[in-house]
Write a protein that binds this ligand. Structure first.
Ligand SMILES: [Zn+2]
Length: 60
């Protein structure tokens, strides 16, 4: 059996490097949301793998 596609939504995360809130793609894994790996901060271009999720942009 193949794993189902995980839904990706837009969210806002807290960059640990520049301490700004930046938009990023967030992926649901079960009931938990986590930052999609491999993204870069829009401000400082650091990897957002360790960024903390602030909230999701649920509006389309
Ligand atoms: Zn940053």
């Amino acid at each position: 059996m193949k794993a189902p596609e995980l839904p990706i939504v837009k969210g806002v995360v807290h960059c640990p490097i520049c301490t700004h809130s930046v938009p990023a793609d967030v992926q649901y894994v079960g009931k938990r949301a986590k930052v999609v790996p491999g993204q870069k901060c829009a401000r400082c271009h650091s990897a957002l793998d360790a960024a903390a999720l602030l909230y999701l942009q649920l509006a389309a």
